[in-house]
Design a protein around this ligand. Structure first.
Ligand code: BGC
Length: 247
């Protein structure tokens, strides 16, 4: 099945058509800057730019940085506050004329890794986190997703974990790889204590440089870098739409 995958991030909105069987991108990805402020209306216009670029008429899967149920956003840490409570699926469908499945961006990236990447074929509890502007998380039990876990916001040293351990914190505070790795380690040790996963997959753009920080981690659980790297969000959003279509 061919599905257009779109990943809405804090800085960019990226999309590409995906073969949902193989996860292969069927055309080079197209990127537009995330509108500021990222209101539902502005996001719908940006998303429609992406569908128009590919002259897309088929199904679309879209990952968003917030809790989303039945097309409606319940949180919006990196989007305009007007997004909370908004039916963004309807807004995107009206603006673009396509049919949308909207999921949390961490869940989308996790789905891509579970089906086609570092978690493929893994049973038991698998935890995935994406270290980017924030920390996105996805939790799987025997390959089945528990949607909308917001475990990037657990408290570590009295602070929201993503403010300490996301990739943006490393850049904002000018932390060395060693110092930042210690923060990621502390975060994952908390996750381990709560969930006891059998595998932790670490994703986000920074996972392309995993050799700089994963070897410094001390957490007992097996940790693997994401394999889909930057494309996990797009591919996973497409997979989510394909899997939703089969239900
Ligand atoms: C949001 C999550 C999102 C993550 C990554 C967090 O701040 O609460 O919903 O998945 O950032 O974008």
């Amino acid at each position: 099945m061919k599905v257009l995958g779109i990943d809405i991030g804090g800085t960019g909105v990226k999309g590409a058509p995906v073969d949902s069987r193989t996860g292969e991108l069927l055309a080079p990805r197209f990127r537009v800057a995330t509108p500021q402020p990222a209101t539902p209306e502005a996001l719908a216009k940006t998303v429609a730019q992406v569908t128009a670029h590919f002259n897309w008429k088929g199904p679309v899967g879209c990952g968003v940085p917030g809790v989303v149920r039945h097309g409606k956003l319940f949180t919006a840490a990196h989007l305009a506050p007007e997004c909370i409570g908004a039916d963004i699926r309807s807004a995107f469908e009206q603006e673009s004329g396509c049919t949308f499945t909207v999921v949390n961006d961490g869940d989308a990236a996790g789905l891509a890794e579970m089906r086609l990447g570092a978690g493929k074929g893994r049973k038991g509890v698998v935890f995935m986190c994406t270290l980017g502007t924030g920390i996105g998380t996805a939790l799987f039990v025997d390959g089945v997703l528990v949607p909308n876990t917001e475990l990037g916001h657990i408290e570590v040293r009295g602070k929201d974990a993503e403010l300490r351990a996301a990739e943006s914190a490393r850049i904002r505070k000018g932390l060395s790889w060693k110092k930042w790795a210690a923060r990621v380690d502390e975060y994952l040790i908390h996750i381990q204590a709560y969930l006891w996963p059998e595998l932790i997959v670490v994703g986000g753009g920074v996972s392309q440089k995993h050799e700089k920080f994963l070897p410094l981690l001390t957490v007992d659980t097996e940790v693997a870098p994401a394999q889909m790297r930057n494309e996990a969000g797009i591919v996973g959003a497409a997979l989510a739409a394909a899997e939703a279509g089969r239900k």
